[in-house]
Ligand binder design. Structure first.
Ligand code: HSE
Length: 401
């Protein structure tokens, strides 16, 4: 029997304990041994929970118990979660997490502690909720040079946008509904302002391109500036608006990595990724294109990925799985302004004014009186900004081609 501890008994932590209990027999068969939760660490008590007897408020119970070989960190944040993860790894325990903020900001350091102690630090649930994406990148697609990875990485914002696009819901109602379903982060600003997607694209970029990307270097725009006029105009032109995280390698070895709302053609694969679902597209030089699709948030989808990592850690107790990335040069992430795209522009202008400024454009029908909406030819972000400064622009979003 392999003994584990679960730190944090919130949505993810309780989901992990319930999946381990509910699927115990199947999990034991896959792990080659039963998996037993010995401790649950939380500052709170749960007197009505059938798992209250496993509860401890004292981290040292876990740290000092040599019987505990795998620890699930489901606390979130980078304070105590960082400290406890570091100490568990240093004590020779493998750690499994869904904490994208911690992996994105301290992953390189934690992986190197894991390496020095010959244990594993695994984080399949940190990106895409229940979708297998970390293992496919590091194992199944390991033969490929990856040129680009992008996708819908945040379930809450995708749920909100879908409610706005398909049902005409208000932003506030859709956010409240996402929170009540347990999709949103404790502080929803992390979702709606794009920081959660930013952390996830950093982790994907670290793994795909092999160098550390600091979330602070990644241009990040959320969905708070999206107006219903743009949703409607985009729809009339055959597009949907989706929040994408995107990382691509340039010929000079640097990368672009950013998060922003984009217009996607209704016929593209990601355009059909609705609600809390996530979709991630990977371009590899041998594979071509592949898309990974599934539930990107929620208690049991996330627990599914965490428990899979627990099983993997249990199967590799004395065999570390090579996983990690290198330090990057200071200018590794190139300015997003240099990236060329077609753009959706809605401005206080006439068609003739926009044509004079942007040249060859496609006009989208249905803009309000005194406004015009167009799709431009491909231009860099810098050129787009220079042109936009000459107008009153209400919306400017890249087209994902
Ligand atoms: N708040 C996150 C989301 C949870 O909505 O995608 C899963 O990472």
């Amino acid at each position: 029997m392999i003994k584990i501890a679960v730190m944090g008994f919130g949505t993810v932590g309780s989901g992990v304990v319930e999946v381990l209990a509910g699927n115990a027999e199947h999990i034991a068969r896959n792990a080659g041994s039963g998996i037993e939760v010995k401790y649950i660490l939380d500052t709170r008590d749960f007197p009505d929970s059938p798992y209250q007897h496993m509860l401890t408020h004292d981290f040292s119970d876990i740290e000092n118990d040599a019987e505990v070989q795998v620890v699930v960190e489901a606390m979130g944040g980078v304070g105590a979660a960082y400290e406890f993860t570091r100490r568990c790894l240093a004590a020779g325990k493998s750690v499994v997490t869904s904490n994208k903020e911690l992996v994105a900001t301290r992953g390189q350091e934690l992986l190197s502690i894991a390496q020095s102690k010959n244990v594993n630090y695994l984080f399949e649930a940190s990106v895409g909720g229940g979708i297998p994406i970390i293992r496919p990148i590091t194992q199944c697609l390991a033969a490929n040079e990856i040129t680009q990875i992008y996708g819908i990485l945040n379930g809450t914002t995708n749920y909100i946008l879908t409610q706005m696009i398909r049902n005409g819901s208000s932003f506030e109602d859709a956010l409240r509904s996402a929170q009540s379903k347990g999709y949103a982060e404790l502080n929803p600003a992390a979702d709606i302002e794009g920081h959660d997607a930013c952390r996830k694209i950093c982790i994907l970029s670290d793994l795909c391109f092999g160098k550390n990307v600091d979330p602070a270097c990644v241009s990040t725009e959320g969905i708070t500036g999206i107006h219903s006029e743009d949703v409607v105009l985009a729809g009339k032109g055959g597009y949907v608006i989706k929040l994408l995280g995107r990382a691509l390698r340039r010929e000079d070895g640097r990368i672009h990595a950013y998060v922003a709302p984009h217009l996607l053609s209704e016929s593209s694969l990601l355009a059909g990724v609705d609600g809390v679902m996530n979709g991630i597209v990977v371009n590899g030089n041998a594979l071509g294109e592949a898309m990974f699709y599934g539930a990107g948030a929620g208690k049991f989808p996330t627990a599914s990925a965490v428990v899979a990592d627990v099983i993997d850690a249990a199967k590799h107790l004395n065999a570390r799985k090579p996983l990690g990335w290198d330090e990057a040069e200071e200018d590794y992430v190139a300015p997003t302004e240099e990236l060329v795209s077609r753009w959706y522009i809605r401005a206080q202008a006439t068609e003739a004014e926009l044509k004079a400024l942007y040249g060859d454009v496609t006009v989208l029908e249905g803009a309000a009186e005194g406004e015009c909406a167009v799709i431009t030819a491909p231009i860099s972000g810098k050129l787009q900004q220079e042109k936009a400064e000459k107008l009153t622009v209400f919306a400017a979003m890249r087209i994902m081609d």
